[in-house]
Ligand binder design. Structure first.
Ligand SMILES: Cc1ncc(COP(=O)(O)O)c(C=O)c1O
Length: 492
């Protein structure tokens, strides 16, 4: 039998006979052969790209992974007719899944780049997996489909409404598929409330905000940011003044994607008022994808609350909360949803969401974890993440890597590692000359120490003559955080 590109034997090649035993232990090195998708075929240590004068690598990133992914894909084949062949196929599929599970375990251990809390235990919910739970329609209006989990969804929404200080009778919300859907919904609400409004969003806003503007064909204005990544209210003011005749729909970031910066909501509101916008002429959507659930638990952090004139807040459920599937929460004012919702007889419910069918399992996961952790549990998680992020920043700086950590943030921004294999191993998110690590509750001090140690080794390989060039990333993270020869006090 020959192994295919993905390391499994093709089912049509299986000979009749006893099924091969399921794999128990696979050494990590063998994972490259078994599930090559995420690990192969790059060499263990890809050559360091040529360093330019300032140490930034010049090579364009290769986004064309299509052929690699196709070569590693696992084929779908027709069921085998005879009993023996069928049982071989079952064994083959069980083997594939067992190996894939090991692959996931390894990938989970080496993950730092995306803001996902990978630590959870939802064993109690496995009994519900056999049900097609669908909350299609409005969470507050039961549809005719009975296999739903609205009672859990509304319980979760009430929890978030309390967190963001809006009365039960004044809010509307739903559990979304992700933070992106929350942004698409919040900005759509803004446009429905203020149909000829202009969308203002900072350069550092998530791409879904600009996608919303394209989808809804909205006029949009990009606003400059400070070095921290926070919206520059002076620039916002200039741009609002230039378009005073039109209402303003503003996306405010509570945690930007790359730098983890928190926009100053109070300053944005003040700026609107200074320019002469009354509350009926602006709509603020707060994108709190990650920090929306961290900030309420940081003592001195500015507050996101519906006591301020905001229109909607969204957060991702698979980020800080830690859900095994993408999901999110969107909360808005009840009066705003009246402009968007349409009754649908076929549903016997109201259509006010972006999607039609809605994942009815996600509310169960959220409900379960909110009940188990509670406010105190989240507070502890937040404290741990902020502390560990500080530790990572200081370890990086000790080793002469430029690194920035915003206040209130657990996103550590640092110079992009020169080896792509290293970036892939740790699943780092990169943008130009910088990368970031997001310290989530599942990231332990040991993992961070291992990461820094490997980063130091990786950089040493990139400069085999021993003359390490530390890149200048002052433009991205500020001179005070940069460790290049010009800006670092440690440089000889
Ligand atoms: C600031 C911000 N908003 C929105 C999103 C989108 O969230 P999701 O991935 O849940 O769609 C992200 C994702 O990282 C984000 O960082």
């Amino acid at each position: 039998m020959t192994a295919t590109a993905n390391g499994f034997h093709a089912p049509w090649e299986l000979k009749h006979g006893p099924a091969s035993p399921l794999p128990r232990e696979i050494e990590l090195d063998r994972l490259r052969e078994i599930v090559p998708l995420a690990l192969a075929p790059e060499p263990e240590h890809s050559p360091a790209p040529a360093a330019s004068q300032n140490g930034h690598h010049k090579e364009p990133v290769n986004y064309d992974t299509r052929r690699r992914v196709q070569a590693a894909s696992l084929p779908v084949t027709e069921p085998v007719a005879d009993a023996e062949g069928a049982s071989d196929k079952e064994a083959y599929m069980a083997g594939v899944l067992a190996k894939f599970r090991m692959h996931l375990e390894e990938r989970t251990r080496h993950h730092l780049g995306y803001p996902y809390n990978l630590e959870f235990d939802y064993g109690a919910l496995s009994q519900l997996q056999g049900y097609s739970i669908n909350n299609l329609g409005d969470p507050f209006i039961e549809s005719n489909y009975g296999v739903h989990s609205r009672q859990f969804e509304v319980g979760v929404l009430d929890w978030f409404a309390r967190l963001w200080e809006i009365e039960k009778d004044d809010y509307w919300g739903y559990i979304t598929n992700c933070g992106t859907e929350g942004n698409l919904h919040g900005i759509l609400l803004g446009r429905e409330v203020l149909p000829n409004g202009i969308l203002y969003a900072s350069h550092e806003s998530h791409y879904s905000v600009f996608k919303a503007a394209r989808m809804y064909r909205m006029e949009r204005v990009k606003v400059a940011t400070l070095i921290t990544g926070e919206i520059d209210c002076a620039d916002l003011k200039t741009k609002l003044e230039a378009n005073k005749d039109k209402p303003a729909i503003i996306n405010v970031n509570i945690g930007t994607t790359v730098k983890g910066a928190v926009d100053d909501l109070d300053h944005v509101i003040e700026t609107l008022k200074e320019v002469g916008y009354t509350e009926d002429r602006f709509y603020i959507h707060v994108d709190g994808a990650l920090f929306g659930l961290m900030m309420p638990f940081v003592k001195k952090a500015p507050k996101v609350t519906f006591r301020k004139p905001i229109g909607s807040v969204s957060v991702s459920g698979h980020k800080f909360v830690g859900c095994p599937m993408p999901c999110g929460v969107q909360i808005t004012r009840l009066r705003h949803i009246e402009t968007l919702g349409r009754d649908v007889e076929y549903l016997a419910s109201r259509d006010a969401t972006i999607m039609g069918s809605r994942n009815g399992h996600a509310p169960l996961y959220l409900w379960y974890t909110l009940n188990r952790k509670g406010y105190r549990g989240f507070q502890k998680d937040v404290q741990k993440c902020l502390r560990n992020a500080l530790l990572l920043q200081s370890r990086l700086k000790e080793n002469r890597f430029g690194a920035m950590l915003n206040e209130l943030s657990s996103t550590v921004v640092f110079e992009r590692p020169p080896e792509e294999a290293f970036v892939r191993k740790w699943q780092l998110a990169c943008q130009g000359p910088i990368a970031h690590a997001v310290v989530m509750p599942n990231v332990s001090v040991d993992t961070l120490e291992e990461f820094v140690e490997e980063l130091v080794e990786s950089r040493a390989r990139a400069f085999p003559d021993g003359n390490i060039v530390v890149p200048c990333i002052a433009e991205q993270i500020g001179e005070g955080n940069c460790m290049c020869i010009k800006h670092s006090p440690l440089a000889e």
